[in-house]
Each structure stands twice: as structure tokens, then as C-alpha cells.
Design a binder for this molecule. Structure first.
Ligand SMILES: [Mn+2]
Length: 297
């Protein structure tokens, strides 16, 4: 199967999420939530991410996570991730309980493709004090793709992780996972990066973007948002409408894409130092806001 047919299959099987002119949506991806060890890239940004997500929760946003949310190559069990970042999962659980959470799997959490695995590991957790089972993500449905579909105009925005256009990471992800576990995780700690990851290989990244842009072009310029490459992307109107929300493992910042009442922006949350020496977490808009309509022909 080619990149194009994998993308088409993902689009056809996507979960449809209705939106309207008042919808507020935040998209993050590539959090790579780990076990809080030295190899856990998310741990450095955990406070920034938690603060940002709390802001979106309080302001009525729907959270769409575009894959590689959990780092299940370096880590074998969800339990160690949950223990390391419990506040984050409990916040995501609140989104879920209010029907405001849509999760997409990527190559690092491809095990979530299996509904039985999701049910077994994510439905509940054991409270360490009372030993009671507490609901976490009951009846959670993971998807390979999501289509945000406007209730009245029918216009669509396609969301996927993007590894569908990366044949090595789509087909041989179990090999990649094996290599990460035995080789790249120990090397990462001393600063050597996995060369098969598009996030660390510029030439691969360009090829993946190109394949997805071709697919978008062949599919009537369908507005598409991906992650996977960790490179934020925000096209001008009139260009091929391929957006990328970046990642939550940039050094000292997280990037994401917001949709707010018919407008789209690329945003960044980071820590800044105030004059009195205290730290604060702030948001800046990198691109936009621009009207969605400009991208949807
Ligand atoms: Mn990925």
C-alpha cells in the first residue's frame, strides 16, 4: 500500500466530529509522555503543557491529540507513564468525561489501534491508597483519523498523525520500537538521536511533507493537520493547506494549533522570566489567526 492509499484509508475510516462557527478546538501532538526518566523528553515541558491544557479546559475547548501522545516505544507499560504524569492524565480524563477529547494514535502509540488494549490499560486505574478501581477513560475510542465537519456548510478538516506517509515508521514500527528500546533510548541519554525518526532527520521530513501535500492536492485541497515531524507548519492562503501542530517536546516550549470561532492559529506556550526573577508560563501566537474559509475551497 502506498502513502496515498494509507492516507485515503485513514480519511475514509476517520471519526466524524461535528463543528460550527462557535467551536473552540486545541490540537497538540507528539507529547511523547514518558516515565519521568532522563529519556523522557516530555518531563521538561510537563508544567508548561499542563498549564496550557488547563487553560483550554477552563475555556471550553475540545482537545484533539494528533498521535504519539504516549511514548510506548521507550516504555512498555502505560502504568509507568500514568504514575509519572498523573495530573496530566486526570485532566485529560475530565475532557473525556465531558465528551471533549478525541485521541489519534501515531507510530509511538500504535498499540492503541487495538480496542482491547485500550480498554484493558486506559479504562481505569487503581488508587494506591484505597486500592479501588477509579474510571480514567471509560469507553474511550482511539482513531487513526478525525474529520472536523461543519454542521451547516459540510466543510471538512482532516486530522491524522502523518506517519501514513512514512513507510518505514508505518510498516516496520515494531522494528523501530525494538531499536529504540535496546539502542536509541540509552544513546539518547548521552545525546545521540535516532536517525529513523523524521523529527531528527530533515531529508525524511521534507519527503513526508511532500507526499502528504501531493495527496492533499489530489483530494481537492482538503485542509489537513498533522504532527509526526515535530516541525510546525502554517501555510498561507492559496498554498497547499497542510498544517502541522509541531510537538510538545521542543526544548522549553510546546506548540499547537487552535481553532477559535472560525479562525485558525499556530501558538506556542513557554516559560518567561519576569523582572523580579519569578517564572511565568505565557502564550504567544506564531501565525494567524486566519479565517478557516480561506483554506477551504
Ligand atoms: Mn510520530
Amino acid at each position: 500500500m502506498s502513502s496515498a492509499s494509507r492516507l485515503t484509508k485513514t480519511y475514509k475510516n476517520a471519526k466524524i466530529v461535528p463543528i460550527n462557527d462557535c467551536s473552540k478546538i486545541i490540537m497538540f501532538s507528539d507529547c511523547h509522555r514518558g516515565d519521568n526518566s532522563f529519556a523522557d523528553d516530555f518531563a521538561n515541558n510537563r508544567n508548561i503543557y499542563f498549564h496550557a491544557l488547563s487553560h483550554y479546559y477552563d475555556n471550553g475547548y475540545v482537545y484533539c491529540e494528533l498521535g504519539d501522545g504516549d511514548e510506548l516505544w521507550e516504555n512498555k507499560s502505560f502504568k509507568s507513564l500514568f504514575r509519572a504524569h498523573k495530573n496530566v492524565y486526570l485532566l485529560m480524563s475530565k475532557f473525556h468525561q465531558e465528551g471533549r477529547l478525541h485521541l489519534i494514535w501515531g507510530n509511538h502509540d500504535m498499540v492503541y489501534k487495538n480496542p482491547k488494549y485500550v480498554k484493558k490499560h486506559l479504562s481505569s486505574y487503581t488508587d494506591p491508597k484505597t486500592e479501588q478501581e477509579i474510571p480514567l477513560f471509560p469507553d474511550l475510542v482511539y482513531s487513526e483519523g478525525v474529520v472536523l465537519k461543519h454542521e451547516t456548510t459540510g466543510k471538512e478538516i482532516f486530522l491524522a498523525h502523518g506517519h501514513q506517509a512514512d513507510w518505514w515508521n508505518y510498516l516496520f514500527w515494531t522494528w523501530s520500537r525494538f531499536l529504540v528500546r535496546i539502542l536509541w533510548k540509552p544513546l539518547q541519554i548521552i545525546g545521540i538521536a535516532d536517525p529513523t525518526s523524521p523529527a531528527k532527520n530533515h531529508r525524511e521530513l521534507i519527503k513526508i511533507e511532500k507526499r502528504i501535500k501531493n495527496w492533499i492536492h489530489e483530494n481537492n485541497n482538503l485542509m489537513t493537520v498533522i504532527g509526526h515531524t515535530h516541525r510546525p507548519r502554517f501555510p498561507k492562503t492559496g498554498e497547499i493547506p497542510l498544517f502541522n501542530d509541531g510537538s510538545c517536546v521542543h526544548p522549553r516550549s510546546v506548540t499547537g494549533i487552535e481553532i477559535n470561532e472560525g479562525e485558525i492559529s499556530l501558538i506556542k506556550w513557554y516559560t518567561s522570566i519576569k523582572k523580579d526573577g519569578t517564572l511565568q508560563i505565557v502564550k504567544t501566537t506564531l501565525e494567524g489567526p486566519r479565517e478557516l474559509e480561506g483554506y477551504q475551497v
